[in-house]
Design a protein around this ligand. Structure first.
Ligand SMILES: *Cc1c(COP(=O)(O)O)cnc(C)c1O
Length: 391
């Protein structure tokens, strides 16, 4: 069966009620008929559910569907994308180890690496997405893992996964890929040799801005380590959120195809607009890593970004002028969202630090929704007119 069929059809066992939609198992623990069954479950001799911090049928259904989509053997679902990412660091890095990470990563991931891992003796080096030839020189005998996002948030830089895999093979490193932006519909990192794939399910996987969630995917033996860490420390996904996310996966492919089609339509229409310094979308030939994007991605995804002439002031004016697009911190929603990193998520960085991760003062990130693309475009165009320094 195709991955999409398995992702739609993998489901918890039907109960005696013969329901079609899956029931929700809102229970913190599970019962045993007798002492022997309970002993065997605790001894790991059976895979019976014991307690929802360890496992839950709704959570397992979500994981099984994600495994089908990403082509992985196993997975463990977490309460948020950040807890998924943190679990991969905690399960595979120890005092004295070194982490090589792409510099352009999600803001909270940056905080975890710089503020928290360093306290426990785990060092790191940042490398640039646009210059992967420079990465090898940063690998030390202590390096254990390479961590990256592609496309990066928010500047949409693309990293050649096959080239990084070759580096990991040469130096015996784990390759850990945050696949949040592309989703498994746009890109399957397992096909390029990723060992660990992490997701914020909060974004496109949910797709409607309702619940937080995360997941780590990979080979059984690696996911066992994630499971053991999470089982004891408790960042497990709630069964309610898992139920919501699992329903969302049934429409992931059709949603992502439309998000990407709308994004391409908008990117093409806006490229060269006089209010813009530049525009970035992976499947436009003008994207600096277009060839790599074409090689490893099935579509350009749902995010378009552009740099406004007029910097910070223009960015703020643009947001204020929007009538349809939402101003909110999320992305990957049916409703289009605009954000201005330099005055919000990345406001604490210096201009030079922002430039190093591809964020100019007037950078706008559009998470393209499922509204009619002409309506999204019209709203962006009228806001550009108002934000343009000449108007
Ligand atoms: C949002 C996001 C995260 C963090 O996910 P949460 O679910 O908010 O914890 C991690 N990586 C990327 C690329 C994201 O966009």
């Amino acid at each position: 069966m195709h991955p999409i069929t398995r992702a739609i059809r993998a489901q918890v066992d039907r109960t005696n009620e013969m329901e079609h939609s899956q029931p929700m198992f809102l229970t913190s623990s599970f019962c045993f008929d007798n002492a022997e069954e309970m002993r065997a479950a605790f001894a790991d001799e059976t895979d019976d559910n014991i307690y929802s911090r360890f496992s839950n049928p709704n959570v397992q259904e979500f994981v099984d569907r994600m495994c089908a989509l990403e082509g992985t053997e196993a997975g463990f679902a977490t309460a948020s994308g950040m807890s998924a990412i943190f679990a991969t660091f905690m399960a595979f890095l120890k005092q004295g180890d070194h982490l090589l990470s792409c510099r352009s990563i999600f803001g909270s991931t940056h905080t975890v690496i710089t503020k928290y891992l360093s306290r426990y003796g785990i060092s790191h080096s940042y490398v640039d997405a646009g210059d992967i030839a420079s990465w090898e020189a940063q690998i030390t005998p202590q390096t254990r893992m390479i961590y990256l996002e592609t496309p990066t948030n928010p500047a949409l830089e693309i990293i050649d996964l096959a080239a990084i895999r070759a580096l990991c093979d040469k130096h015996n490193l784990l390759l850990n890929v945050d696949n949040c932006f592309a989703t498994p519909i746009g890109q399957r990192p397992i096909e390029y040799g990723a060992d660990l794939i992490v997701h914020s399910a909060t974004k496109w996987l949910d797709g409607q801005g309702r619940v937080l969630g995360g997941v780590v995917l990979g080979k059984k033996e690696l996911i066992k380590e994630i499971y053991l860490f999470c089982r004891s420390t408790g960042p497990s996904l709630s069964p309610f959120n898992a139920w919501v996310l699992s329903r969302s996966l049934e429409t992931l492919e059709v949603r992502m195809e439309r998000h990407a089609a709308n994004a391409l339509h908008i990117a093409k229409a806006l490229e060269g607009h006089p209010a813009l310094e530049q525009l970035r979308y992976p499947s436009l030939p003008s994207h600096p890593q277009h060839a790599i994007a074409m090689k490893q991605m099935k579509n350009g995804g749902g995010i378009v970004c552009f740099e406004l002439k007029g910097g910070i002031a223009a960015g703020r004016k643009f947001l204020d002028a929007l009538e349809i697009l939402s101003l909110t911190a999320n992305l990957g929603d049916t409703r289009s969202i605009a954000s201005h990193p330099a005055s919000t998520t990345h406001a604490k960085l210096t201009d030079a630090e922002r430039a190093a991760v591809g964020i100019g003062p007037g950078l706008i990130r559009i998470s393209v929704g499922l509204e009619h693309p002409d309506d999204i475009l019209a709203d962006i165009r009228q806001a550009l007119d108002q934000a343009s320094p000449t108007s």
